[in-house]
Design a binder for this molecule. Structure first.
Ligand code: BGC
Length: 418
C-alpha cells in the first residue's frame, strides 16, 4: 500500500473514557445506574444486541456482572499517564493522536474557566507536538458539565450558545498549537442512544426529543464552527459522523427504501443542515447491516467482535465513496473493534486500510486514519469489559501492555510510503 505523503496514522481516545476522575453528567448517571446495568449484563447468544456479553468475558476484571464495571472512576488514568501513553503511540509509529478536551473540567461552573485544567490540556498538546505528532482535538465527546445538565443538556435551547463560548475559548488558548478541531463527536450516537432508545443519560426517549436533539446538535456544530473560526482563522474545523453501512437485503423497493431512509436520518439530513461548515469531515464506522423492510438485519456475521458487532471492513470503502460528494478532505477518525483476545484486530486494521487505500487510488481525498482506540477504556453503558485498545490496560494495576496487533499496525505504517 502506498499512502499519500503526509497521511496521518494514529489512534483516538476520549476524555471520559480514559482520563478518570471526571465529574459530569455521565459520572453521576453511572453511580445511579451501575447496579441495574450489572443485573442486566447477562450473557446472551443474540448476536445483534448492543453490547452482547460473551461467555469468555464473564469472569474478567472488573467483573461485567459487578456494579464496579459500570463506574468510570479512575478509568485508565490517562489524566496522569498521558505522557507515557503518547510516548507509546510514538513508538508504535503514529504521527497523530486524536483525543478530547473534557468540557466539565474546563468549565466546572457556568462561565468560570479553570486555568489549571486548561494548562493540563496544554501539556497534553505539547506532549503530542514534542513528538512531531499532530493533535486532533475533539471539543465534545458527549459528556456535559453538571451545571449544563441541570439546564437540560442538549435539550437546552442555549446549548449551542454555551458550546460556542467554550469552543471559542479553547481555540483562543491553543491557537498555533492545534490546527485540527472537531466540534462534535458522532451526534448520531447521542440522538440514538440518549433520545431514541433512551439507554444513555439523560434517557429521554421519544421521537420529539430525538428530533429536537438532532436539530440542536446541527445548530451546535454551526455555532461551534463559527466560534472557532472567529478565534483562529487558520483552524481546520470538522465534525465526526457515526455512519452505518447499510445494504438492502433484497433488491426490492421496500428494502431499498428502508436503506434510503436510514441513511437520510443517519447522515444526509444532518449534513444538509450543516452544509458549508466543514473544512474536513470525520467518518467513524463500526456497523454494517443487510436490511429488510422495516428494519430487520440479516447479517452473515462470519466474523464478529466481542460485542457481537459484525466485522465488515469493506463498508468503509462504500462510505468513503459516498462522503466524497461533500467535496472536503476526509479523515477516518474512528474505526475499531472490541477484541480482548486480539484475534481479529490486526486483520481488521489491515483490511480496513486496504479498502481505504483502494478508495484513495480511485481519487478519494482521505488524509488520515485513527484506530479506535489507543488504549483500553470505559465503553459507556457497557463499562470496562469491551477491550478496544491497541494497548491493553490492567485495571487493577494500570499497567499497560502493547497488543501484538499494534505492532502489525506499526509495520503497516512503516511500509505505507513505499
Ligand atoms: C465512539 C466511542 C466508542 C466507540 C465504540 C464510537 O461510537 O465515539 O466513544 O467507544 O464508538 O463503541
Amino acid at each position: 500500500m502506498n499512502f499519500p505523503e503526509g497521511f496521518y496514522f494514529g489512534a483516538a481516545t476520549s476524555s471520559h473514557q480514559v482520563e478518570g476522575g471526571n465529574h459530569n453528567d455521565w459520572s453521576e448517571w453511572e453511580k445511579a445506574n451501575a447496579e441495574r446495568l450489572a443485573r442486566e449484563a447477562v450473557h446472551s447468544k443474540h448476536k445483534h444486541a448492543w453490547g452482547n456479553l460473551p461467555e469468555y468475558l464473564l469472569n474478567t476484571y472488573p467483573n461485567p456482572r459487578s456494579p464496579q464495571n459500570y463506574i468510570s472512576g479512575r478509568a485508565s488514568d490517562h489524566y496522569h499517564l498521558f505522557e507515557e501513553d503518547i510516548e507509546t503511540a510514538k513508538q508504535l509509529g503514529h504521527n497523530a493522536y486524536r483525543f478530547s478536551i473534557e468540557w466539565s473540567r474546563i468549565e466546572p461552573q457556568e462561565g468560570k474557566f479553570d486555568e489549571q485544567e486548561i494548562n493540563h490540556y496544554r501539556a497534553v498538546i505539547r506532549a503530542v507536538r514534542a513528538r512531531h505528532m499532530e493533535p486532533f482535538v475533539t471539543l465534545w465527546h458527549w459528556t456535559i458539565p453538571l451545571w449544563l445538565r441541570d439546564k437540560g443538556g442538549v435539550a437546552s435551547r442555549n446549548f449551542p450558545k454555551y458550546f460556542a463560548r467554550y469552543a471559542e475559548r479553547m481555540a483562543k488558548e491553543f491557537k498555533g498549537e492545534v490546527r485540527f478541531w472537531m466540534t462534535l463527536n458522532e451526534p448520531q450516537s447521542v440522538i440514538g442512544n440518549s433520545y431514541m432508545t433512551g439507554i444513555w443519560p439523560p434517557q429521554k426517549k421519544g421521537p420529539i426529543s430525538a428530533l429536537q436533539a438532532y436539530n440542536r446538535l446541527a445548530e451546535t456544530h454551526i455555532e461551534g464552527f463559527k466560534a472557532i473560526r472567529r478565534a483562529d482563522t487558520q483552524a481546520k474545523i470538522g465534525l465526526a459522523h457515526a455512519v452505518t453501512y447499510d445494504e438492502p437485503y433484497r433488491n426490492n423497493f421496500l428494502d431499498r427504501l428502508t436503506v434510503n431512509l436510514r441513511s437520510y436520518f443517519n447522515r444526509r439530513r444532518f449534513i444538509a443542515l450543516t452544509r458549508g461548515y466543514y473544512d474536513w469531515v470525520g467518518i467513524q464506522y463500526y456497523f454494517h447491516n443487510r436490511i429488510s423492510f422495516p428494519g430487520r438485519s440479516h447479517n452473515e456475521n462470519k466474523v464478529v467482535s466481542d460485542m457481537g458487532w459484525e466485522l465488515y471492513p469493506e463498508g468503509i470503502y462504500h462510505l468513503v465513496r459516498e462522503f466524497r460528494k461533500m467535496g472536503v478532505p476526509m479523515y477516518i477518525t474512528e474505526s475499531g473493534l472490541a477484541d480482548s483476545r486480539d484475534t481479529h484486530r490486526a486483520d481488521y486494521i489491515r483490511n480496513t486500510l486496504n479498502w481505504i487505500h483502494k478508495a484513495i487510488r480511485e481519487g478519494a481525498d482521505v488524509r488520515g486514519y485513527f484506530h479506535w482506540s489507543l488504549l483500553d477504556n470505559f465503553e459507556w453503558s457497557n463499562g470496562f469489559w469491551p477491550r478496544f485498545g491497541l494497548i491493553e490496560v490492567d485495571y487493577k494495576t494500570l499497567e499497560r501492555k502493547v497488543r501484538p496487533s499494534a505492532l502489525i499496525y506499526k509495520e503497516i505504517i512503516q511500509n505505507a510510503h513505499k
